[in-house]
Ligand binder design. Structure first.
Ligand code: F6P
Length: 510
């Protein structure tokens, strides 16, 4: 049943109307158990949800909504390999990429065997590159899911990265990006990894062609040794002239693909065992999502909280604050994951929806954000739920820093909630601003894997309740087609048939 037609949705609407005066400070004073009941452990992570605008009654109604919209059945359909990506008639099985070898029977036994049959040579190749002292630079050429996941993970796991190799990520068709990277390279010491699920994305193919031309222009011919491709379109990679190819399958969405061959730069950076640990952390979260009762299921609790905020309290965005500089691309990664998955205005059958879906995600690492836009979070006219991530153990030995960093994270969450009312006007903080606090003991391949899988499943939960297909991305197509038309007109400046603004810009920029 569509979510807004369920009894639970109506009950939540009434509950939200009653809860307009909800105050976190009062809620904590009234319930000494609040921090406990609204905390949830899951593999590698503790989530303190207690500073959110929810109470036990809200959560119970949201869980009812999950039941009435068939969340568990939809989840189980994904884990059975059903074609829940209906608009592309595809299964959604990124989770299979982290499933232990031989652990599934039936129809999934064969795809799982293929997964491991690809993973093993991919990891062996990663080890060969690691052992090859002549290769000092690895350049990933890819965009969207073929960039953000591996880039975020290599940065996040910088303490595990093999010394003596540099990792570069070129995504933008803007030649400034590739030119700046090429200027640092010697062809004989470079491995280019062309990462593209489709092997057709214009940005990536343009960068790959330019990298190949640069390589050849310096008299280098050994493309086999210096170029590798990661793609579901192995034939297109061969046509491009790349021999070393690692494939994956159409049932892996781009933004869910870091676990596949697209993870090769991560595997080169942290090694085969590190990559296996990364997969194992994610698998542990898959099991939690599949087996924990919904009341104690962290992706479910987070996804339902997102629905509550978006549809009942009308909060339009969520800010992400990783208090760890290695997680600096985490907000960008989550932007694609959430907004490309759930930025939809029609249901799975293409019918327009009368309610809001994906929030806007944005953010920067703390403490930087504190000195930039936190002003708005504390005193702005919009309420923006903030999601903190903190890591207990640092990996550096500089004195004082980590205590200060963690103190800032806790203090910001406290300040957002407590506010300050002893002064008026400009110095008044209304408080009662919501936040979630995600805490890891350590930032490791396994804990990062678990955190990514947590976010994937949380996006699944809200998308499932909303009744949308979280696994297609038709909204990116129109701009691609129009760019080709405009590109063809760039040389002549031919504005025939274009609106006056587009024609005017074309004339000025040609
Ligand atoms: O245009 C959007 C998109 O298709 C994303 O979904 C994807 O992650 C990205 O482009 C890159 O696609 P590909 O890996 O096929 O080059």
């Amino acid at each position: 049943m569509r979510c807004d037609q369920t009894p639970a949705w109506k009950a939540l609407t009434a509950h939200a109307a009653q809860a307009t005066g909800f105050d976190l400070r009062t809620a904590f004073a009234a319930d000494p158990q609040r921090a406990h009941t609204l905390s949830q452990t899951a593999p590698h992570v503790l989530a303190d949800l207690s500073k959110n605008h929810v109470d036990a009654a809200t959560e119970a109604l949201l869980q009812e909504l999950a039941r009435q919209t068939g969340l568990a059945a939809h989840r189980d359909a994904m884990f059975r390999g059903e074609h829940i990506n209906s608009t592309e008639d595809r299964a959604v099985m990124h989770w299979l990429l982290r499933q232990p070898e031989g652990s599934l029977g039936g129809d999934l036994a064969e795809p799982l065997a293929q997964v491991h049959g690809t993973l093993q040579p991919m990891l062996a190749y990663a080890e060969t590159v690691r052992a090859d002292a002549q290769i000092t630079d690895v350049v990933n050429i890819g965009i969207g899911g073929s960039d953000l996941g591996p880039q975020m993970a290599v940065l996040a796991l910088q303490d595990f990265v093999i010394p003596g190799k540099r990792f570069h990520f070129v995504s933008n068709v803007d030649g400034h990006e590739l030119a700046a990277v090429l200027a640092q390279l010697k062809p004989a010491n470079t491995l280019f990894v062309v990462a593209s699920k489709s092997f057709a994305t214009l940005d990536t193919m343009t960068n790959a062609r330019s990298a190949l031309a640069w390589f050849k222009a310096q008299g280098c011919t050994d493309v086999g040794r210096h170029f590798a491709a990661l793609t579901t379109n192995v034939a297109a990679a061969a046509e491009f002239g790349i021999r070393t190819t690692f494939g994956f399958w159409d049932w892996v969405g781009g933004r869910y693909s870091v676990w596949s061959a697209i993870g090769l730069p991560v595997a080169i950076a942290i090694g085969a065992q590190g990559f296996r640990d990364f997969l194992a952390g994610a698998h542990a979260m898959d099991q939690h999502f599949q087996t924990a009762p919904i009341e104690e299921n962290l992706p479910v609790r987070l996804g339902l909280l997102d629905v509550w905020y978006r549809n009942f309290l009308n909060y339009t965005s969520r800010s992400i604050a990783p208090y760890h500089s290695a997680l600096r691309r985490w907000p960008a990664f989550l932007q694609q994951l959430e907004m490309e998955s759930n930025g939809k205005r029609v249901d799975r059958n293409g019918q327009a929806l009368p309610y809001a879906t994906s929030p806007v995600l944005w953010g920067e690492p703390g403490t930087n954000g504190q000195h930039a836009y936190f002003q708005m979070l504390h005193q702005g006219s919009d309420v923006v739920p903030l999601e903190f991530i903190a890591v207990k153990k640092p990996t550096h030995s500089l004195k004082n820093h980590h205590e200060l960093l963690l103190a800032n994270a806790i203090a910001q969450a406290q300040a957002l909630m407590q506010g300050k009312s002893d002064e008026g006007g400009h110095k008044h903080f209304s408080g009662n601003r919501p936040s979630t606090f995600l805490l890891l003991d350590e930032l490791t391949p396994a804990s990062l894997g678990a955190m990514i899988a947590l976010q994937e499943h949380r996006v699944f939960v809200s998308g499932s309740v909303w009744g949308i297909n979280s696994f297609d991305q038709w909204g990116v197509e129109l701009g691609k087609v129009l760019a080709q038309d405009i590109h063809a007109r760039m040389a002549s400046g031919d504005g025939a048939g274009l609106d006056a603004s587009t024609a005017g810009l074309l004339a000025r920029l040609r």
